[in-house]
Design a protein around this ligand. Sequence first.
Ligand code: NAP
Length: 504
Amino acid sequence: MTFTPHGKHLIAGTWISTEDTFVSAPVRGTSHKFSVGTPDLVAQACAAAEEAFWEFGYSSRETRSTFLNTIADEIEARGEAITEIGTQETGLPTGRLQGERGRTTGQLRLFADHILKGDYLDRRHDIALPDRTPLPRSDLRMMQRPIGPVAVFGASNFPLAFSTAGGDTVAAFAAGCPVVVKGHDAHPGTGEIIAEAIHAAVEKCNMPKGVFSLVQGGDLSVGQALVQHPFIKAVGFTGSLAGGRALFDLCMKRPEPIPFFGELGSVNPMFMLPEAIAARGEDLGKGWAGSLAMGAGQFCTNPGIAVVIDGSEADAFVESARATLSELGAQVMLTDGIAKAYTSGAAKIGAQQGVQDLLTSMCDQREAKPFLFKVSASDWLGNHALSDEVFGPLGLVVVAKDADEMHKIARSFDGQLTATLHMDEDDTALARRLLPVLERKAGRILANGFPTGVEVCDSMVHGGPYPASTNFGATSVGTLSIRRFLRPVCYQDIPEAVLPVDLV
Ligand code: NAP
């Protein structure tokens, strides 16, 4: 089944085209024309979303659960066509797109079950104490309520699981919030076919039409109009630090500031503790190289920095990583812009004081090859540019002279999505010393694993202190991600006949 995009926006159930068009830039296959998004379309979508909220925001959990499962069914029904256009547009391999589709429908079904259980409502009840002295207590109940329309920016690096029907959209729908998606230009056809699946589910489940809109492409004014629209009550975003920060600032400057849940940059440091590296340095080097180069390094959890303690064991780890990376071929990147940013980012790291090239590569246009660099802890500690994310398969080894210096490095990191300890039993004392530091730095801490591969489950935290995310109290993966689109409301002495159904 081949899908040919018509290139229109989906605004509250109607496919709309605009005069201007842009042409998609697939890695292979045919380019297609897409209508360019405008602030006017954003305004139409937001007005329809606000209208839809009056019904959708007060729908039963059963209704929304059915809606989420129906979206999953509609995505599955288009499975092969989604993979075909997704691989053409992004250059990601077939297996990756199939896996990501499973993850996307899995997220939908997970949330469909999650809201039925009702725990996410966090219902509390302090019963009235009319005889309490000196003052009686009222009857007080609390419950989480949906916040209103949510804006979602599709991510370039997860065309399914973090885009049109990705984690942000699904969590918002589960909470009861209509969604306006700004599609990513890197995969507009994939966005369109997923929007078609959501549209079909809206029709089948008789949802209000404004519950979902997709605005394609456009210049920066589209995203800016979206986050500033007065009907939008929160934003979900995955992308660059610069773009995310600009949009965050706009959200804060609004007459009514709103939360901006941005997942931005992270270098996901790994701390290679001495006993582990002595016992299995070579394997760890191979493992790191595999994780670093997976998907051309275009994962937010890519472990870009490995911290070692100087010595021959560390050398063996580094040599194993270098040898493994040097055998890897070129991989196509998501967009020309991302490929360009990768090569210039690599050149910038390579030019820093004290940085030693271990593996440098020539990258051709949209193709990336791995880079590996090494630097002493003292040079790294004195140069913040060396802790910037380079999006792609680039590794930097930071060499500490001893455990104290490794601890100092840990304390110097900015906020991270993940931090990893590679350790053996005899490393326990150092690991215990590092853990309190890493807790302050990262949303997820791993032992003896690689951070690429984020489980979608109840305990997952995919977030962390800035700049990993703009809101350290939140996660964008897992069932806790619904909390971003809810707010607590306290009901004082409200008669049961008036209370929301879920609270009685
Ligand atoms: P991006 O440039 O941040 O763009 C993401 C989305 O935000 C796009 O829809 C973009 O619109 C919009 N946007 C960005 N800046 C904006 C602004 N000032 N005003 C209004 N809208 C704005 O991210 P990207 O295109 O995905 O990739 C670029 C770089 O982001 C990569 O090289 C990588 O460094 C980083 N990235 C990081 C992660 C991560 O998980 N940490 C994931 C993906 C990308 P336009 O398309 O119209 O510009």
